[in-house]
Design a protein around this ligand. Structure first.
Ligand SMILES: [Zn+2]
Length: 135
């Protein structure tokens, strides 16, 4: 069965592998992207950065917040306001086509108990926006 559903366009900036990635290395990579983007925009200062963290991304929100403070130190984003948005997980069932909010990584369909489901949202980690001041 083919299920049609809207895919929200999102850019996953990092492939997330539990157990390998730690929040600090993630924070450093996010900061590198921010610096790169700010440089490309000819920015003086980064005012604000908004991040989206999927519920099932395996990233600990509190740990990431602390790691980010560490990572941006001494960079163009050192004074930036950091805003975090937790993204609720959403999956679609390939057997009955219903969408639902999975409670864990096994994402069993609550309507028909099928295991043939696809995660639509909730594993991503992305930068929603970067606000800068240009020269
Ligand atoms: Zn189902």
């Amino acid at each position: 069965m083919h299920c049609f559903h809207r895919m929200t366009s999102f850019c996953v900036i990092l492939p997330l592998h539990r157990n390998i990635m730690h929040e600090l290395s993630i924070a450093i990579q996010i900061t590198e992207i921010i610096e790169e983007e700010a440089k490309n925009a000819g920015a003086d200062t980064v005012l604000q950065v908004q991040l989206e963290i999927g519920e099932l991304s395996g990233v600990e929100m509190d740990a990431l917040e602390m790691a980010m403070l560490e990572a941006v130190r001494g960079t163009i984003a050192s004074e930036a306001e950091l805003i975090y948005h937790q993204i609720a997980a959403k999956a679609v069932c390939e057997s009955c086509c219903n969408e639902f909010e999975p409670i864990d990584v096994f994402k069993i369909c609550p309507f028909c108990n099928s295991l043939h489901t696809n995660l639509l949202k909730g594993k991503e980690l992305k930068i929603r926006s970067i606000e800068v001041v240009t020269k």
